[in-house]
Design a protein around this ligand. Structure first.
Ligand code: 5GP
Ligand code: ZN
Length: 139
């Protein structure tokens, strides 16, 4: 896609710190890392989000993310990793080319995830959502 920044990185039109590449996948350091070594893993082909990806390409992205997760852990000595997909504007997605964040984490780093939790109002309401998601997953 012509006006996509990540497509430009894949094509080498804009420089980046590449850490991995294969037939389907490209990975590079995030330009504004949460912690040093913060890596982005992307499909070479343009999809807005991971939800649009065909299954085989999704599998390739997941496999590469696990492989690179190990690499990031080994390379940075981090204690943990947040593996994140921001899917859609409401979820914080700014670049609309599917990507996985591999964020190295340390016990006393400055990253904070805001996780205000709701409760289901009743067992019946939880069951309503369970049924809706179960039915959607069947299609
Ligand atoms: P999002 O909020 O869409 O999940 O995250 C997009 C990420 O891409 C951000 O963390 C941002 O720092 C990173 N990013 C945006 N533009 C560039 C770029 O040109 N080069 C690199 N290496 N990272 C970028
Ligand atoms: Zn793209």
């Amino acid at each position: 896609m012509d006006d996509c920044i990540f497509c430009k990185l894949v094509k080498g039109e804009i420089p980046c710190s590449k850490v991995y590449e294969d037939e389907n996948i490209f990975a590079f350091l995030d330009i504004n890392p949460v912690n040093h070594g913060h890596t982005l893993v992307i499909p070479k082909k343009h999809y807005e989000t991971v939800l649009e990806m065909p299954e085989a390409e999704g599998v390739a992205l997941a496999k590469a993310s696990v492989k690179l997760g190990r690499a990031v852990k080994k390379a940075t000595g981090c204690e943990g990793i947040n593996l994140l997909h921001n899917i859609g504007k409401a979820a914080g997605q700014l670049v609309f080319h599917a990507h996985v964040h591999l964020i190295p984490r340390f016990s006393h780093d400055t990253m904070r995830l805001g996780w205000d939790r709701k409760k289901y109002e009743s067992r019946a309401q939880e069951e309503e959502y369970r049924k809706k998601v179960e039915a959607a997953a069947r299609k």
